[in-house]
Design a binder for this molecule. Sequence first.
Ligand SMILES: Nc1ncnc2c1ncn2[C@@H]1O[C@H](COP(=O)(O)OP(=O)(O)OP(=O)(O)O)[C@@H](O)[C@H]1O
Length: 287
Amino acid sequence: MRPVSHGTTKVGPELADIGEPEPKAGTGSVPAKVSVRNVTIAYPMRGRSKDFVAVADATFDIGPSEMVCVVGPSGCGKSTVLSAVAGLVPHRSGAVLVDGKPVTGPGSDRAVVFQKASLLPWITVEDNVAYGLRSYGVGKRAARERARELLDLVGLTAFARSYPYQLSGGMQQRVNLARALAADPSILLLDEPFAALDAQQREILQLELLRIWSDTPKAGLFITHQIDEAVLLGNRVVVSSRGPASSIRNAIEIDLPWPRSRDTRLEPRFTDYVEHIWELLSAAQAE
Ligand SMILES: Nc1ncnc2c1ncn2[C@@H]1O[C@H](COP(=O)(O)OP(=O)(O)OP(=O)(O)O)[C@@H](O)[C@H]1O
C-alpha cells in the first residue's frame, strides 16, 4: 500500500514494477480507516519541568482491510503510537482519526492484543472469550455461541472447557486473539503478540492470523521486532527512527501476492524486502 506519509521507499525498480498497484488508503479512492497525522506524544517526567517526547510528527494511514507493521529500534515509541490509536495515551499535537473522527478514548471498534495473554485464570477458555461480550451487554447464550464460533476460528474448539493454565503459551495467545475478535472490531491493534512464543508457535500463529485476515479483513496495526514477520503479514512496513522524538523514517509497500502462506517466505522478493528493511533499521539505529 502506498502511504501518504513522507519517507516512502521502493525496494529497487525490479520490485516496484511488479503488479498493478491496488487503490491506496487515504489517497482518495479508498478512505483511510485509521489516520495518524503529524502526531506528537509526550510523557510527563516526574520532577522535571519538560516532558519526554517519545514520538514526534508521526504520519501514516491504514486502509480498511490493510495490515501495517511497524518496526524500529527499541524504545522508539512503537507501543506509544499503538496506544494512541487505541485511545489509551493522549497525543499532544496532530490528529489520530478513525473513520475521519478524532480518537478520544478506547472503543469497541478497536481491539488490542498485547504480548502477554492475560486471561482470567479462574474461568474456562470459552468464558474468557465470552467475558468481554457479556460486558457489552450481550446475553449469556449469544455470548457463548459467539465464543464457540471464535474458538473454532482459532482452532481451539476442543479446549473450550479447559482452563488457561492447561494451555500452551501459543494456545493462550490464540484465546487472546479470539477474545479480541469477539466484539467484531474493525481495527485490530497487535503489540508484539507473538514475541513470547517459540519459533514454531510463532509461525503457526502468523499463518493463523493470515487465515483470519482473509476470512474477516480488518484494519491492523502490528508492532514487531521481527522483520520477516512484518514482511509476511504487512501490506506495508513502517520503519521508525530512533527515539527520543522518534518519527516515521520509511514506509515500504510489500508487493507480495495474497493470500500469503509459508511459501511466501520462499519468494526471492521476500528475502529482498527483509534485507532492505534490515538495512533501513541498521541506519535508523546508527543515527
Ligand atoms: N508511561 C510512560 N511514561 C513515561 N515514559 C514512557 C511511558 N511509556 C513509554 N515511555 C517512554 O517512551 C519511549 C517509547 O516507549 P515505547 O514503549 O513506546 O517504545 P517501543 O518502541 O515500543 O519499545 P520496545 O521496542 O522496546 O518495546 C521510551 O523511551 C519509554 O521509556
